[in-house]
Design a binder for this molecule. Structure first.
Ligand SMILES: Cc1cc2nc3c(=O)[nH]c(=O)nc-3n(C[C@H](O)[C@H](O)[C@H](O)COP(=O)(O)O)c2cc1C
Length: 177
């Protein structure tokens, strides 16, 4: 989709589509969309459960938290369903997880491994890994049981400057000129 921004200069249009169970990934997606808008790009930020049409956009950014080592089902289903449209536009992806507080190659590689399900359908130009937020009091009893079993320390480990810094590279990565 091309929209007219400055006279004679088309504005690129980007879809930022995310899954989020408890809101921390939604806030990261909104931050990415905001940075894109600041750079003069039109950006829509939409949750994956809705009726999404990637074909109307010049590029797509997809993101999900990891739950038990996987992206959430609703965004994996969207990617599978819309794989043809997603194959026609540049795509970048981001993953959010407790584990990404640790920036070691081993942990980042485990993040890449978790994307294998996603890479069955699309070939992202870039993948980012951001630390997430864990709030034991705010999650469902079954999720709380998993957090307790795993001995996970709660806290908001998000680094929004890291998110903004990646988002600023997206116009270049996605070839938005
Ligand atoms: C039940 C459960 C399982 C999780 N599994 C993982 C995991 O496998 N890897 C990881 O890095 N983080 C894991 N996390 C942490 C979440 O990815 C993190 O809290 C994220 O910020 C949640 O995103 P949301 O608020 O958008 O749902 C898990 C959290 C819960 C509650």
């Amino acid at each position: 989709m091309e929209m007219v921004g400055e006279p004679g200069r088309p504005t690129a249009s980007v879809l930022v589509c995310y899954a989020s169970r408890y809101g921390s990934t939604r806030e990261i997606a909104e931050c990415i969309a905001e940075v894109l808008r600041t750079s003069g790009t039109h950006a829509d930020c939409i949750p994956a459960g809705r009726d999404i049409r990637p074909s109307g956009y010049d590029a797509v950014v997809l993101g999900s938290p990891l739950y038990m080592g996987k992206w959430l089902a609703e965004i994996r289903e969207l990617i599978s369903r819309e794989r043809v449209a997603l194959g026609r536009v540049p795509v970048a992806v981001f993953s959010v997880g407790y584990s990404f507080r640790d920036r070691s190659n081993q942990v980042l590689q485990s993040g890449e491994d978790a994307l294998l399900d996603v890479r069955l359908y699309i070939l992202p130009r870039d993948s980012a890994f951001f630390a997430g937020r864990v709030e034991c009091g705010a999650v469902s009893p079954s999720d709380r049981a998993i957090l307790t079993l795993a001995g996970i320390t709660e806290g908001d480990f998000r680094d929004m400057e890291m998110v903004r810094s990646w988002a600023r590279t997206l116009p270049g990565i996605l070839g938005l000129g």
